[in-house]
Design a protein around this ligand. Sequence first.
Ligand code: UD2
Length: 347
Amino acid sequence: MVEPGPPGSSGGDSHDGKTRGIKGYFRKRHVYVMGSTMLLFSTVYVWYTSNGTESKVAYITRLMYTKPQILKPSRSDVLTMTPWFAPIVWEGTYNSEILNEQFQRRNVTVGLTMFAIKKYVVFLKKFLETAEMYFMVGHRVNYYIFTDRPEEVPKVALKEGRNVVVLQVQNYPRWQEISMRRMELISNFSQQRFINEVSYLVCVDVDMRFNDQVGVEILSNLFGTLHPGFYAAERQSFTYERRPASQAYVPSDEGDFYYAGGFFGGTVMEVYMLTKKCHEAMMVDKANGIEAIWHDESHLNKYFVYYKPTKILSPEYLWDDNMGRPEILKKRRFLALPKNHAAIRNK
Ligand code: UD2
């Protein structure tokens, strides 16, 4: 393989280690193998002046991987692009080595928000342990744990560049209110804190475990996740709020997908706007004595009808084994844990 030489040179291997006239250069090549499909070459060129002192260094990085094929779509069994040109993320549609390289260059930090109020603290250990194995591996991560029981947050060993931040918040008597108030808290903390600490926020339920890689392929300005129960359903079957009196109302002839309340995110600014608007809508409902059928999830779905996500995660990213194992599902990355509602809610 012939590599180009540094700027201004004629290039090629023939100049390795030789001086040319009054100036010469040496080349040091580092080869990193990233996964099985991509090679990352980092070549360092060092020029030397005639008296032997180093004068200039140039870095040339090459990325080598299998070329995409326009005539061979990566998946033909599922929709991979919405009509507003937002990619839908399925296994096989992306190369995580390319994406990791791009995000590492930007030194991105991702905030993962979760709420463990009252008895839901019991879910934290498994959640964090599996997140350390599968969530944004190789990237900087802040786990933001909202809880009313900070002393019950388990200590979990973290890899380098990853931190736990415990945020003490109040609880509410009803589980529905706890779920809905997440919007208010995420919007307040986005404005006060997250905006200074992370680039992206990922907002998830806590009664879950990671089961496979969830990486930077999910990141985009604003993303939502297809609900595992409705990805193949018709519009009329979506459990949107159908009462016009609620701010979450979606008419029967509108809407694209039914999104899960338990996995959304985006840049801090986009998440701030989403959570603020949903919280305000819930406060209007409260004043009018109405609560949307699926609480915060109904308001999230209303928001996404009019503010379209720029990326959509397939149900690989939020699966429940009670839904079986359909052929299209090549990975089950983030799984709902079975829970005894009577024992865990309102406790
Ligand atoms: C669905 C949605 C959830 C939310 C809810 C609204 C999924 C997977 N989940 O979950 O995001 O939209 O419907 O009805 O899409 N919590 C506590 N303590 C409590 C109760 C709740 O910390 O006492 C938190 C916790 O982080 C939990 C989340 O609120 O994961 C949602 O509550 P849930 O999981 O009980 O609601 P569920 O399963 O109906």
